[in-house]
Design a protein around this ligand. Structure first.
Ligand code: SF4
Length: 458
């Protein structure tokens, strides 16, 4: 008998390889693009060679990042041949096409539609309703238990060394309800820690005039404090990144003291010397900031502050640099990242006089790192003997820890450590910890960056 419903010919799903370069904000963009493509039935390939098409999400923040992006495009072209480029470098497509005219399309950051359209043109999607099914939280590139949540795009500041406002435009915030719905989906999907990111988290909602939107039958304003409070109700760790020390940031510290959001602030101070800050076109009131940090710590003694600094900015004198070291001594920040100043094509800082010689930049970078290492180590040492909540990021496979017979080894983070950028807690435990589980750990010792401890409860 003739089969009236023959099975459709099985056709292989189109495969895309994806390279994501740059900061966590770019990673969120990549997650969104991949989510869309997976929703449409595309498969991800681990290698360019095994894919039908390669997409490279570039970073254009520094010249060195641009060089890395160009190298990644070259590699994708060599191993695959069909390449679409997106991300920050897409703001200046000629930089890419002059070197690689064979690139099939270049789209800018935040242009999900254009990059997806470009993929459709080169590699049309295969329609398959089963493949269209997506986990509701989308596809994440981070481990399942933590996720980045982008609350706004663009920036209204005009720091002289930065071209992000040119690349990404003015601040555009998502409504509070939109952000909270995404956060809820993440939590339902098993996420235990939400990392709030944007170019300037504390400016959130100012472009929307802090308009309220409806979430769970109530109105939530698009305000830094209101959003932090609502996120804090979701029962997971909420970590705030890229916060600038505007006065209203003070309001969030009591939420941290009450355990509603993590006692952690990632504030890119960039420098402490007023002359350098003015040349950077950033607020120059670091004395006041010291007083505020002291007040924050009075309200929330567990507060961890991370920051980044730039050394060797044009015009930075030895006296400016020493002032920065003294400021760090007094501020006692917990975690510090430091960059040697690098001119970025298109930035206003390029017009500044008195560049600092490379050798001096290098020397200052080492001095700052040494100086801060002692401060960070001092602060970490104070945690010895304390009990810390630790989220488990990595579990040792198979073998028992060599250090203590009968114990399992794992790695995790305290509430004061963000993934990728801060320290690690090396833990031993009688029963194997699970990924994403939050354990109570007694801290036994500390080294310059990391802690070591024993699980005493889950
Ligand atoms: S705050 Fe300054 S450094 Fe940060 S994105 Fe805006 S302009 Fe760039």
């Amino acid at each position: 008998m003739e089969n009236k419903h023959p099975a459709p010919a099985i056709e292989r799903a189109p495969k895309v390889s994806f390279v994501s370069l740059g900061c966590p904000k770019a990673l969120v963009d990549s997650e969104r693009i991949i989510t869309r493509l997976r929703a449409e039935g595309y498969e991800l390939s681990r290698s360019h060679a095994g894919a039908d098409l390669a997409v490279v999400n570039t970073c254009g923040f520094l010249d060195s990042a641009q060089a890395e992006s160009l190298a990644a495009i070259g590699k994708a072209l060599a191993s695959n041949g069909k390449v679409i480029v997106t991300g920050c470098m897409g703001a200046e497509p000629e930089k890419i096409t002059s070197r690689y005219p064979q690139v099939l399309a270049v789209t800018g950051a935040q242009q999900y539609e254009s990059v997806v359209e470009a993929v459709h043109r080169v590699l049309p999607p295969r329609h398959d309703p089963f493949l269209d099914l997506l986990p509701p939280e989308g596809i994440k590139l981070t481990p399942r238990h933590y996720a980045y949540l982008k609350i706004s795009e663009g920036c209204n500041s005009r720091c002289s060394f930065c071209i992000i406002p040119k690349l990404r435009g003015e601040l555009r915030s998502r409504s509070a309800a939109d952000v909270l719905r995404e956060a809820e989906r993440l939590v339902t999907a098993g996420v235990k820690e939400i990392l709030v990111i944007s170019q300037d988290t504390s400016a959130y909602g100012s472009d929307l005039k802090y308009a309220a939107s409806s979430w769970k039958g109530r109105e939530v304003r698009a305000r830094f404090l209101d959003l932090a409070r609502a996120l804090g109700e979701l029962g997971v760790w909420v970590r705030l990144h890229y916060v600038y020390p505007y006065p209203h940031v003070d309001e969030v510290i009591p939420l941290m003291a009450d355990g509603k959001v993590l006692p952690y602030l990632d504030i890119p101070f960039q420098h402490a010397a007023p002359t350098v800050l003015r040349r950077m076109r950033r607020p120059a009131a670091q004395e006041k900031i010291l007083r505020r940090i002291a007040r924050w710590r009075e309200i929330c003694p567990d507060l961890t502050i991370r920051s980044t600094f730039i050394v060797g900015f044009p015009g930075e004198s030895e006296a400016d640099f020493r002032l920065l070291l003294d400021w760090l001594e007094e501020a006692e920040l917990d975690r510090v990242g430091c960059f040697r100043y690098e001119p970025v094509a298109g930035a206003r800082a390029n017009e500044l006089t008195s560049p600092v010689p490379e050798a001096v930049k290098e020397e200052r970078w080492h001095r700052l790192m040494r100086h801060q290492q002692a401060i960070s180590a001092r602060r970490l040492k104070r945690k010895i003997g304390s009990r810390q909540a630790v989220i488990i990021d990595k579990v040792a496979t198979g073998k028992r820890s060599q250090a203590s017979v009968g114990m399992m080894a794992a790695k995790g983070r305290t509430r004061g450590d963000a993934p990728e950028i801060d320290g690690t807690v090396h833990v031993t435990s009688r029963r194997p910890p699970r990924l994403g589980e939050i354990a109570t750990v007694r801290i036994d010792r500390a080294d310059e960056y990391d802690l070591h401890g024993t699980v005493i409860g889950f």
